[in-house]
Design a binder for this molecule. Structure first.
Ligand SMILES: Cc1ncc(COP(=O)(O)O)c(C=O)c1O
Length: 359
């Protein structure tokens, strides 16, 4: 790749700027000298804003007291797992999965049980049934998903909900890519299927992806009171509140979601998918959401590159294109490509990938 620029399609965050209103609220918070602790669970104004978002976007009825603002969705997820499970419990994690889920489950002392998924990378009721045991405490749903972009439809969630209720499971539902959805209707939440489901669900979300504020660390859980109280106690001893500046900024962000930038990802998905699908030996589903493509490259593996790890390492060395191997996501025959980059970069990277695959 002598002299060729590195084209990095491995990054898992949006490439547009954060909303100006979020910056303005942050500046105002600093200028007004708001520098004290806040409530462990977050400032009331932010929790009320989240309550309104959950009602408007997700048709969910929560009180501000059901919400805990955490240091990013990652921290919110860890709070959820810590509150729900411990030693001898099992948590079902559908594969391909975001790398953090099994690791966080293990940190609680519980066992992650990796579940296979169906055609479109979604967990079906039948597949869920095959992995439930008396020790199962919870199942993780990530919609749209990292790394596959797979998104659960309402009928799929209804089928899963029946199994969840019959076995008395909890659902940890990670909706962090919710706004990156290219279907006609919003991403449904399993909690919106009825009060029994809402009672068994911990919603996880935040402003990291939707408002391109990954560095600000604002996420949250919305959960039944008993779980929220546990999370409150955990967070009170572990970290206390999220930075007050970031909390006010998050209100500004939620008041000015950058929809035009978010929607600009759909043509990039179509472009990248079209180009990938034309490469011989690459098989790729059209994802309904997130900003990743997760093609199967099994046919390109062989003597030169035996695994997707070797494939990505060789691709980087030969062409300067950075992708993520599927092994860390529990899908070793796949690679993850993020299209949250400028179109010329995407096109150049796909040209190089096509040439590499042909050789
Ligand atoms: C599926 C999923 N959930 C949660 C997160 C973490 O979000 P945050 O940056 O808000 O901690 C990520 C970030 O990559 C993610 O891909």
């Amino acid at each position: 790749m002598a002299g060729e620029e590195v084209l990095n399609l491995s990054v898992g965050e949006p490439d547009f700027p954060m909303p100006e209103l979020a910056r303005e609220y942050a500046r105002k918070t600093i200028e007004e000298g708001r520098n004290r602790y806040t409530d462990v669970t977050g400032i009331p104004e932010l929790r009320e804003r989240i309550q309104r978002k959950l009602a408007e976007d997700n048709d969910l009825d929560y009180a501000p007291g059901d919400i805990v603002v955490a240091n990013g969705a990652k921290h919110a997820l860890f709070n959820a797992f810590l509150a729900l499970c411990g030693e001898r419990d099992e948590v079902i994690v559908p594969a391909p999965y975001w790398v953090t889920y099994p690791e966080q489950v293990r940190l609680t002392g519980a066992e992650p049980v990796i579940a296979p998924t169906g055609e479109g990378f979604t967990l079906t009721a039948d597949l869920l049934e095959t992995v439930v045991t008396p020790q199962t405490k919870a199942v993780v749903l990530n919609s749209p998903a990292n790394p596959t972009g797979a998104t659960y439809s309402k009928p799929e969630l209804e089928a899963l909900a029946e199994v969840v209720l019959r076995h008395d499971l909890y659902v940890v539902e990670d909706l962090i890519y919710e706004y990156f959805h290219y279907g006609d209707s919003p991403v449904p939440s399993i909690a919106s299927l009825g009060p029994e489901l809402q009672d068994r669900t911990v919603i996880v979300n935040g402003v990291s992806n939707s408002c391109a504020m990954t560095g600000w660390r604002v996420g949250y859980t919305a959960a039944p009171q008993a779980i929220t109280q546990l999370i409150r106690r955990l967070q009170g001893q572990a970290t206390s509140n999220v930075s007050i500046v970031a909390q006010y900024a998050a209100i500004g962000a939620m008041d000015s979601v950058p929809w035009a930038e978010i929607k600009s990802y759909r043509p990039r998905r179509d472009l990248a998918h079209h180009r990938l699908a034309s490469i011989s030996g690459v098989r790729c589903a059209v994802p309904a959401g997130a900003f990743y493509l997760f093609p199967n490259v099994a046919e390109l593996l062989g003597d030169q590159c035996q695994t997707s790890d070797e494939f990505c390492a060789q691709l980087l060395a030969d062409t300067g294109v950075g992708l993520v191997p599927g092994s860390g996501f529990g899908a070793p025959d796949h690679i993850r490509l993020s299209y949250a980059v400028d179109v010329p970069v995407l096109e150049a990277a796909l040209d190089r990938l096509a040439e590499f695959a042909a050789n």
